[in-house]
Design a protein around this ligand. Structure first.
Ligand code: MEV
Length: 308
Protein backbone atom coordinates (compact mmCIF):
# COMPACT_ATOMS: atom_id res chain seq x y z
CA UNK A 1 0.00 0.00 0.00
CA UNK A 2 1.25 3.50 -0.80
CA UNK A 3 0.23 7.05 0.10
CA UNK A 4 0.73 10.41 -1.63
CA UNK A 5 -0.35 13.97 -0.89
CA UNK A 6 -1.19 17.09 -2.91
CA UNK A 7 -1.82 20.54 -1.40
CA UNK A 8 -4.82 22.72 -2.03
CA UNK A 9 -4.08 26.21 -3.30
CA UNK A 10 -5.24 29.78 -3.19
CA UNK A 11 -4.46 32.08 -6.13
CA UNK A 12 -3.73 35.48 -4.63
CA UNK A 13 -3.15 37.34 -7.89
CA UNK A 14 -3.97 36.89 -11.56
CA UNK A 15 -5.96 33.74 -12.15
CA UNK A 16 -7.10 33.76 -15.81
CA UNK A 17 -4.48 36.39 -16.73
CA UNK A 18 -1.89 33.69 -16.00
CA UNK A 19 -3.18 31.68 -18.97
CA UNK A 20 -1.78 34.46 -21.24
CA UNK A 21 1.69 34.61 -19.68
CA UNK A 22 0.95 37.30 -17.08
CA UNK A 23 2.76 36.50 -13.79
CA UNK A 24 0.59 35.09 -11.01
CA UNK A 25 1.05 34.54 -7.29
CA UNK A 26 -0.32 31.39 -5.71
CA UNK A 27 0.01 29.95 -2.25
CA UNK A 28 -0.41 26.33 -1.27
CA UNK A 29 -2.66 25.87 1.75
CA UNK A 30 -2.21 23.27 4.44
CA UNK A 31 -5.47 21.47 3.56
CA UNK A 32 -4.53 18.60 1.28
CA UNK A 33 -5.81 15.57 -0.59
CA UNK A 34 -4.28 12.22 0.26
CA UNK A 35 -4.37 9.30 -2.18
CA UNK A 36 -3.90 5.70 -1.05
CA UNK A 37 -3.05 3.11 -3.72
CA UNK A 38 -3.00 -0.66 -3.40
CA UNK A 39 -2.61 -3.54 -5.81
CA UNK A 40 -5.62 -5.89 -5.93
CA UNK A 41 -6.20 -9.33 -7.44
CA UNK A 42 -9.10 -8.37 -9.66
CA UNK A 43 -11.62 -5.63 -10.39
CA UNK A 44 -9.53 -3.48 -12.75
CA UNK A 45 -8.85 0.11 -11.77
CA UNK A 46 -11.11 1.40 -9.01
CA UNK A 47 -11.21 4.97 -7.81
CA UNK A 48 -12.94 5.54 -4.49
CA UNK A 49 -13.51 9.20 -3.69
CA UNK A 50 -13.92 9.81 0.04
CA UNK A 51 -13.02 13.52 0.02
CA UNK A 52 -15.34 15.95 1.80
CA UNK A 53 -17.04 17.90 -1.00
CA UNK A 54 -19.41 20.66 -2.05
CA UNK A 55 -22.73 18.90 -2.81
CA UNK A 56 -22.83 17.98 -6.50
CA UNK A 57 -19.09 18.50 -7.07
CA UNK A 58 -18.14 14.84 -7.41
CA UNK A 59 -21.07 14.01 -9.70
CA UNK A 60 -20.36 17.02 -11.91
CA UNK A 61 -16.65 16.22 -12.20
CA UNK A 62 -16.98 12.44 -12.62
CA UNK A 63 -16.20 12.33 -16.34
CA UNK A 64 -13.36 14.82 -15.93
CA UNK A 65 -11.97 12.71 -13.10
CA UNK A 66 -12.05 9.54 -15.22
CA UNK A 67 -10.35 11.31 -18.13
CA UNK A 68 -7.78 12.74 -15.73
CA UNK A 69 -6.97 9.33 -14.24
CA UNK A 70 -6.53 7.83 -17.72
CA UNK A 71 -4.08 10.61 -18.55
CA UNK A 72 -2.12 10.12 -15.32
CA UNK A 73 -1.85 6.35 -15.89
CA UNK A 74 -0.79 6.99 -19.50
CA UNK A 75 1.89 9.47 -18.45
CA UNK A 76 3.20 6.94 -15.91
CA UNK A 77 3.11 3.98 -18.35
CA UNK A 78 0.70 2.06 -16.12
CA UNK A 79 -1.63 -0.28 -18.01
CA UNK A 80 -5.34 0.48 -18.02
CA UNK A 81 -5.78 -3.28 -17.42
CA UNK A 82 -3.96 -3.20 -14.08
CA UNK A 83 -5.80 -4.22 -10.90
CA UNK A 84 -5.53 -1.24 -8.59
CA UNK A 85 -7.57 0.51 -5.93
CA UNK A 86 -7.00 4.22 -5.44
CA UNK A 87 -8.77 5.93 -2.55
CA UNK A 88 -8.93 9.71 -2.22
CA UNK A 89 -9.31 11.32 1.20
CA UNK A 90 -7.79 14.17 3.22
CA UNK A 91 -9.10 17.44 4.67
CA UNK A 92 -9.16 19.50 1.45
CA UNK A 93 -12.74 20.20 0.45
CA UNK A 94 -13.44 19.03 -3.10
CA UNK A 95 -14.83 22.31 -4.46
CA UNK A 96 -14.14 24.82 -7.20
CA UNK A 97 -11.43 27.44 -6.65
CA UNK A 98 -9.31 25.68 -4.07
CA UNK A 99 -7.16 23.50 -6.32
CA UNK A 100 -9.07 20.28 -5.62
CA UNK A 101 -8.44 18.76 -9.04
CA UNK A 102 -4.72 19.59 -9.02
CA UNK A 103 -4.31 18.32 -5.45
CA UNK A 104 -5.90 15.01 -6.41
CA UNK A 105 -3.70 14.69 -9.54
CA UNK A 106 -0.54 15.32 -7.51
CA UNK A 107 -1.65 12.94 -4.75
CA UNK A 108 -2.42 10.18 -7.26
CA UNK A 109 0.88 10.66 -9.12
CA UNK A 110 2.78 10.53 -5.83
CA UNK A 111 1.05 7.40 -4.52
CA UNK A 112 1.51 5.50 -7.81
CA UNK A 113 5.14 6.59 -7.91
CA UNK A 114 5.58 5.02 -4.48
CA UNK A 115 3.47 1.90 -5.18
CA UNK A 116 5.46 1.04 -8.31
CA UNK A 117 8.76 2.22 -6.87
CA UNK A 118 9.41 4.52 -9.83
CA UNK A 119 11.72 6.97 -8.06
CA UNK A 120 10.25 10.04 -9.79
CA UNK A 121 11.29 13.47 -8.52
CA UNK A 122 8.98 16.44 -7.86
CA UNK A 123 9.55 17.92 -11.32
CA UNK A 124 8.28 14.71 -12.95
CA UNK A 125 5.38 14.44 -10.46
CA UNK A 126 4.44 18.02 -11.40
CA UNK A 127 4.50 17.14 -15.13
CA UNK A 128 2.28 14.11 -14.53
CA UNK A 129 -0.14 16.15 -12.39
CA UNK A 130 -0.26 18.68 -15.24
CA UNK A 131 -1.25 15.89 -17.65
CA UNK A 132 -3.99 14.90 -15.19
CA UNK A 133 -5.19 18.51 -14.93
CA UNK A 134 -5.86 18.48 -18.67
CA UNK A 135 -8.76 16.10 -17.94
CA UNK A 136 -10.42 18.86 -15.93
CA UNK A 137 -9.30 22.06 -17.65
CA UNK A 138 -8.35 21.29 -21.25
CA UNK A 139 -5.36 23.61 -21.42
CA UNK A 140 -4.42 24.54 -17.86
CA UNK A 141 -1.69 27.10 -17.24
CA UNK A 142 0.04 24.75 -14.77
CA UNK A 143 -0.23 27.13 -11.81
CA UNK A 144 -2.47 24.84 -9.72
CA UNK A 145 -0.45 21.62 -10.05
CA UNK A 146 2.76 23.56 -9.38
CA UNK A 147 1.35 24.78 -6.03
CA UNK A 148 -0.05 21.32 -5.25
CA UNK A 149 3.30 19.66 -5.87
CA UNK A 150 5.86 22.04 -4.37
CA UNK A 151 3.85 23.86 -1.67
CA UNK A 152 4.79 27.32 -0.35
CA UNK A 153 4.10 30.64 -2.03
CA UNK A 154 4.95 30.67 -5.70
CA UNK A 155 5.54 33.28 -8.40
CA UNK A 156 4.41 31.46 -11.54
CA UNK A 157 4.71 32.48 -15.19
CA UNK A 158 3.30 30.32 -17.98
CA UNK A 159 5.66 30.06 -20.94
CA UNK A 160 7.79 27.74 -22.98
CA UNK A 161 8.72 26.36 -20.51
CA UNK A 162 6.75 27.56 -17.49
CA UNK A 163 8.91 29.31 -14.91
CA UNK A 164 8.31 29.67 -11.21
CA UNK A 165 10.12 30.49 -8.04
CA UNK A 166 9.42 30.07 -4.38
CA UNK A 167 8.73 33.43 -2.71
CA UNK A 168 9.86 34.12 0.83
CA UNK A 169 7.51 36.18 2.94
CA UNK A 170 8.54 37.35 6.42
CA UNK A 171 5.74 35.46 8.19
CA UNK A 172 2.64 33.41 7.37
CA UNK A 173 -0.59 35.41 7.14
CA UNK A 174 -4.13 34.33 8.02
CA UNK A 175 -6.71 34.19 5.27
CA UNK A 176 -10.36 33.25 5.06
CA UNK A 177 -11.66 31.46 1.99
CA UNK A 178 -15.43 31.68 1.54
CA UNK A 179 -17.19 28.98 -0.47
CA UNK A 180 -20.14 30.10 -2.62
CA UNK A 181 -21.16 26.43 -2.75
CA UNK A 182 -21.51 26.60 -6.53
CA UNK A 183 -19.65 24.04 -8.61
CA UNK A 184 -18.00 25.99 -11.43
CA UNK A 185 -16.72 24.90 -14.82
CA UNK A 186 -13.20 26.29 -15.16
CA UNK A 187 -12.91 25.14 -18.77
CA UNK A 188 -15.97 27.24 -19.69
CA UNK A 189 -14.74 30.24 -17.67
CA UNK A 190 -11.36 30.16 -19.45
CA UNK A 191 -13.05 29.76 -22.86
CA UNK A 192 -15.33 32.74 -22.11
CA UNK A 193 -12.35 35.01 -21.40
CA UNK A 194 -10.70 33.90 -24.65
CA UNK A 195 -13.81 34.70 -26.66
CA UNK A 196 -14.36 38.15 -25.09
CA UNK A 197 -10.66 39.00 -25.40
CA UNK A 198 -10.78 38.23 -29.13
CA UNK A 199 -13.83 40.48 -29.51
CA UNK A 200 -12.42 43.40 -27.50
CA UNK A 201 -8.64 43.29 -27.99
CA UNK A 202 -7.93 46.91 -27.06
CA UNK A 203 -9.96 46.95 -23.88
CA UNK A 204 -8.53 43.58 -22.83
CA UNK A 205 -4.95 44.69 -23.56
CA UNK A 206 -5.39 47.53 -21.07
CA UNK A 207 -6.85 45.25 -18.41
CA UNK A 208 -4.10 42.67 -18.95
CA UNK A 209 -1.37 45.27 -18.69
CA UNK A 210 -2.80 46.47 -15.33
CA UNK A 211 -2.85 42.85 -14.14
CA UNK A 212 0.84 42.50 -15.06
CA UNK A 213 1.76 45.60 -13.03
CA UNK A 214 -0.25 44.38 -10.05
CA UNK A 215 1.74 41.12 -9.95
CA UNK A 216 5.07 42.96 -9.57
CA UNK A 217 3.67 45.40 -6.97
CA UNK A 218 2.07 42.55 -5.04
CA UNK A 219 5.30 40.57 -4.93
CA UNK A 220 7.11 43.58 -3.48
CA UNK A 221 4.34 44.17 -0.92
CA UNK A 222 4.18 40.51 0.13
CA UNK A 223 7.95 40.23 0.49
CA UNK A 224 8.09 43.35 2.67
CA UNK A 225 4.97 42.43 4.73
CA UNK A 226 3.12 45.54 3.57
CA UNK A 227 -0.20 43.81 4.10
CA UNK A 228 -2.38 46.90 3.70
CA UNK A 229 -0.91 47.27 0.21
CA UNK A 230 -1.37 43.55 -0.52
CA UNK A 231 -5.04 43.90 0.45
CA UNK A 232 -5.49 46.99 -1.69
CA UNK A 233 -3.98 45.20 -4.68
CA UNK A 234 -6.25 42.20 -4.11
CA UNK A 235 -9.23 44.57 -4.30
CA UNK A 236 -7.94 46.01 -7.59
CA UNK A 237 -7.30 42.52 -8.92
CA UNK A 238 -10.90 41.60 -8.13
CA UNK A 239 -12.10 44.61 -10.15
CA UNK A 240 -10.06 43.41 -13.13
CA UNK A 241 -11.53 39.92 -12.78
CA UNK A 242 -15.00 41.48 -12.72
CA UNK A 243 -14.13 43.34 -15.92
CA UNK A 244 -13.24 40.11 -17.71
CA UNK A 245 -16.54 38.70 -16.38
CA UNK A 246 -15.38 35.75 -14.31
CA UNK A 247 -16.84 36.91 -11.01
CA UNK A 248 -20.51 36.55 -10.15
CA UNK A 249 -23.11 37.87 -7.70
CA UNK A 250 -22.29 35.47 -4.86
CA UNK A 251 -18.56 36.05 -5.15
CA UNK A 252 -19.04 39.84 -5.21
CA UNK A 253 -21.34 39.67 -2.18
CA UNK A 254 -18.86 37.58 -0.17
CA UNK A 255 -16.01 39.90 -1.15
CA UNK A 256 -18.10 42.86 0.07
CA UNK A 257 -19.01 41.09 3.33
CA UNK A 258 -15.35 40.32 4.04
CA UNK A 259 -14.25 43.91 3.38
CA UNK A 260 -17.02 45.30 5.60
CA UNK A 261 -15.93 42.97 8.40
CA UNK A 262 -12.43 44.47 8.23
CA UNK A 263 -10.49 42.27 5.78
CA UNK A 264 -7.45 44.11 4.38
CA UNK A 265 -8.58 43.04 0.91
CA UNK A 266 -10.73 40.41 -0.78
CA UNK A 267 -11.18 38.88 -4.22
CA UNK A 268 -12.49 35.84 -5.99
CA UNK A 269 -9.92 33.08 -6.33
CA UNK A 270 -9.46 30.37 -8.97
CA UNK A 271 -11.65 29.89 -12.01
CA UNK A 272 -14.55 32.01 -10.71
CA UNK A 273 -18.25 31.89 -11.72
CA UNK A 274 -18.72 30.22 -8.31
CA UNK A 275 -16.25 28.38 -6.14
CA UNK A 276 -14.20 30.33 -3.59
CA UNK A 277 -13.24 33.89 -2.69
CA UNK A 278 -10.29 34.84 -0.46
CA UNK A 279 -9.95 37.55 2.17
CA UNK A 280 -6.67 38.75 3.68
CA UNK A 281 -7.19 38.75 7.46
CA UNK A 282 -3.88 39.11 9.36
CA UNK A 283 -4.16 37.89 12.98
CA UNK A 284 -6.47 35.27 14.40
CA UNK A 285 -9.07 37.72 15.76
CA UNK A 286 -9.62 39.43 12.39
CA UNK A 287 -9.70 36.02 10.72
CA UNK A 288 -12.40 34.91 13.16
CA UNK A 289 -14.40 38.12 12.66
CA UNK A 290 -14.43 37.83 8.87
CA UNK A 291 -15.11 34.12 9.02
CA UNK A 292 -18.15 34.74 11.27
CA UNK A 293 -19.49 37.46 8.96
CA UNK A 294 -19.34 35.09 5.97
CA UNK A 295 -20.89 32.20 7.90
CA UNK A 296 -23.69 34.51 9.05
CA UNK A 297 -24.61 34.92 5.37
CA UNK A 298 -25.03 31.14 5.19
CA UNK A 299 -21.76 30.24 3.44
CA UNK A 300 -19.05 27.86 4.60
CA UNK A 301 -15.46 28.98 5.15
CA UNK A 302 -11.97 27.64 5.25
CA UNK A 303 -9.59 29.36 7.66
CA UNK A 304 -5.96 28.90 6.79
CA UNK A 305 -2.65 30.69 6.27
CA UNK A 306 -0.59 31.66 3.26
CA UNK A 307 3.18 31.52 3.14
CA UNK A 308 3.56 28.57 5.54
C1 MEV B 1 -7.80 27.96 -12.08
O1 MEV B 1 -7.48 27.60 -10.75
C2 MEV B 1 -6.87 29.02 -12.57
C3 MEV B 1 -7.14 29.54 -13.97
O2 MEV B 1 -6.23 30.62 -14.18
C4 MEV B 1 -6.95 28.48 -15.04
C5 MEV B 1 -5.48 28.07 -15.22
O3 MEV B 1 -4.59 28.79 -14.80
O4 MEV B 1 -5.29 27.03 -15.86
C6 MEV B 1 -8.54 30.10 -14.11
Amino acid sequence: MAEGKGYGKCILFNEHFVVYGIPSIVSAISDATVAIAEKTDSGGIQLIDNRPATPGYKEEKKEHQEDSLRRILGAMDISMNANLRITLKGDLFAASGVGASAASCTAIARTLNQLFDMGLDDDRINEIAYEGEKGYHGTPSGVDNTASTYGGMIWFVKGEPNTFDLMKIPQPVEIVMGNTGTVANTKAAVAGVKERREKNPEEYDKIFSRARNIAYDARKALESSDLKEVGRLMNVNHQLLQKIEVSNGDLDALVETARKAGAFGAKMTGGGLGGYMVALTPGESLQEKVSKAIKKKGFSVLKTKIGV
